[in-house]
Design a protein around this ligand. Structure first.
Ligand code: OGA
Ligand code: MN
Length: 287
C-alpha cells in the first residue's frame, strides 16, 4: 500500500496562540482513516491547520475537503461571498484576477457566514499564486479571547444573543455601521440571532462569538448600552496575543475552524497577483 504509508506525516504546533503545520502529507492522494481522525482532533486542538507543499486539481481539493464535512450551502435568500440567487459556487476563487472575489483591500477580522442560520464549520483556502509582499492572513483564537475576559463580563454576556447583519446587503460604497442604532430601518432579509458566547459543538469550549467590524445588535439591550458593550468586547479581542499571522507560500492550504476563530487579511499591491481557492464546509446552528 505505498500511497497510504505516510512515514513523514507530522503535525507540529506553532509557537503561537493557535495553529499547527502539517507536513509530509499529500492531500492529492487518498488519506487513511487514522490520519483523517488525527487531523480532525488537531483542528479541535489548534483551530487552524497549515498544509504545506500541496498540488491539487479541483477534484482532488474537493475530495480532500469533504473528508472533514459536506459543502456549506446558504439559504437562497441569504447572500454570501460569491453567491447569486439560488447558486453558490462550490469552489470560490478568492483572487484579484477576472472572476475572483475580495479584491486587494484589507479585510477586517471576521468569521465567514456569521449572518446565516447555520454558519460554516470551517473553510480550506488553497494558495496558487501569492504576492511578494503583503496579503498575509491572520487567524484569531476566540476561545482564548473568551477565557481572558474578566468574570463580571463573562457573567454579563453569558446569555446574550447577537444579531450580525448581512454585509452583502449593504449598498456598495455606503458607510458601514458597526452597531445598529436605528432599529426602524426596514429589514429586507431575515436575521438570525446567535449566542454571543457560543459553545464549540465538538469540544464544548466557550467562544466569544463576535467579529470586529460587521454591523451587529445585542438582542434586548438598549442601543447605547449594547454598542458600548460590543465596543469593549471588540477592543478586548483585537490583541496580538490572540492571533497568528500567516505569510503564504504557493502550495499552502489553510484549514480553519470558522466557529472558534476570526480571520483578517492585509491589503496588497494591486499590481501583483494573488490567486486562491476556497471551499467552505457546512456547520450547525450555534448554541
Ligand atoms: C475568505 C477570506 C482571506 C484571504 O476567503 O473567507 O476572508 O486571505 N480570505 O484572502
Ligand atoms: Mn473570510
Amino acid at each position: 500500500m505505498p500511497t497510504l504509508t505516510l512515514t513523514n506525516f507530522q503535525i507540529t504546533p506553532l509557537d503561537a496562540p493557535l495553529g499547527a503545520v502539517v507536513t509530509g502529507l499529500d492531500a492529492a492522494k487518498p488519506v487513511t482513516p487514522e490520519t483523517i481522525l488525527q487531523l480532525q482532533q488537531a483542528l479541535r486542538d489548534y483551530h487552524i491547520l497549515i498544509f504545506k507543499n500541496q498540488t491539487l486539481n479541483d477534484e482532488q481539493f474537493l475530495t480532500f475537503s469533504f473528508n472533514f464535512g459536506s459543502l456549506f450551502v446558504p439559504p437562497d435568500n441569504v447572500p454570501v461571498l460569491a453567491s447569486k440567487p439560488g447558486v453558490t459556487p462550490v469552489i470560490i476563487p478568492v483572487a484579484n484576477v477576472d472572476g475572483g472575489y475580495t479584491g486587494t483591500g484589507e479585510l477586517a477580522f471576521h468569521s465567514d457566514h456569521k449572518w446565516t442560520p447555520y454558519p460554516s464549520s470551517g473553510s480550506l483556502l488553497y494558495a496558487l499564486e501569492v504576492p511578494s509582499q503583503g496579503g498575509n492572513t491572520s487567524w484569531l483564537n476566540l476561545n482564548l479571547a473568551y477565557e481572558t475576559l474578566d468574570e463580571s463580563t463573562k457573567q454579563k454576556i453569558a446569555n446574550l444573543q447577537l444579531i450580525t447583519y448581512n454585509p452583502f446587503l449593504n449598498q456598495p460604497g455606503a458607510p458601514r455601521s458597526k452597531y445598529r442604532f436605528d432599529q426602524s430601518i426596514p429589514l429586507i432579509s431575515p436575521v438570525f440571532p446567535h449566542p454571543l458566547v457560543r459553545t464549540h459543538p465538538e469540544n464544548g469550549k466557550k467562544i466569544l462569538y463576535l467579529d470586529y467590524a460587521t454591523e451587529v445588535e445585542v438582542v434586548g439591550l438598549d442601543p447605547q448600552e449594547g454598542s458600548e458593550l460590543i465596543q469593549q468586547l471588540r477592543q478586548h479581542l483585537h490583541q496580538p496575543q490572540f492571533y497568528y499571522q500567516h505569510q503564504w507560500s504557493v502550495g499552502d492550504i489553510v484549514y480553519w475552524d470558522n466557529q472558534s476563530t476570526l480571520h483578517y487579511r492585509q491589503a496588497f499591491d494591486p499590481n501583483q497577483r494573488r490567486v486562491m481557492k476556497r471551499i467552505s464546509l457546512a456547520g450547525s446552528r450555534p448554541f
